[in-house]
Design a protein around this ligand. Structure first.
Ligand code: FMN
Length: 186
């Protein structure tokens, strides 16, 4: 295998990333949604997640002012709404209404959640790390809401490959074929 050193070190489009819809709210109570392709778990205890948000996004100021946000994990059924919310600004429209999405009341934070998404996480903003074009906005998950179809009989989360949406090389993709279980070489 011959590896070529790229002119640019960026590799952000090479691998699949979970696509999420981040919900937030303005000081005067108007909800908004921004689509995020760059998000990740940061820590499991306390449970924290990060999203890479360009400071020019309308949502950035809302999240900083409110101090919280919702991470809503769409499935393939929400692909159109996901793209819509990533190609329009909440400065110009009510994206919940325009995309046909329903605000779901949060239990802890002020930002609404998205009822149509099978998984919604309530996050309190704990840190904003400026990195250049994007800030890494880190939130602690203070409540999680999961479609009952994704819970087993003991109430444990059993993620379904059919209910997640990934960005991969400029496409939206489903989860692919299972290859092995974690730790299978132990
Ligand atoms: C698939 C997809 C992934 C995106 N990922 C990000 C991202 O990780 N960070 C970001 O700042 N913007 C991202 N965007 C762009 C924002 O979603 C877009 O600029 C949006 O219109 C901003 O909305 P707002 O002005 O209401 O905040 C993405 C857009 C799409 C379609």
């Amino acid at each position: 295998m011959a590896k070529i050193q790229m002119k640019s070190p960026s590799c952000s489009y090479f691998y699949p990333w979970a696509t999420v819809m981040v919900s937030c709210i303005s000081a005067d109570g108007k909800p908004n949604i921004v689509t995020i392709g760059a998000s990740s778990v940061c820590s499991s205890n306390p449970p924290t997640v990060g999203i890479a948000l360009n400071p020019q996004r309308y949502s950035h100021g809302l999240i900083e002012a409110a101090g919280d946000f919702g991470i809503n994990i769409p499935g393939p059924q929400q692909v159109e709404a996901t793209d819509f919310c990533g190609t329009r600004s909440g400065r110009d429209m009510d994206k919940f209404a325009a995309a046909g999405l329903t605000p779901q009341a949060p239990s802890v934070i002020t930002s609404p959640l998205i009822a149509e998404c099978p998984v919604s996480l309530e996050c309190k903003l704990v840190e904003v790390v400026g990195l250049g074009s994007h800030d890494w906005m880190i939130g602690e998950i203070v409540a999680a809401h999961v479609d009952e179809e994704l819970l087993d009989e003991d109430g444990h989360f059993r993620p379904s490959p059919d209910r997640a949406l990934f960005c991969f090389g400029g496409d939206y993709r489903r989860v692919g074929q299972q290859i092995a279980k974690w730790f299978f070489t132990r």
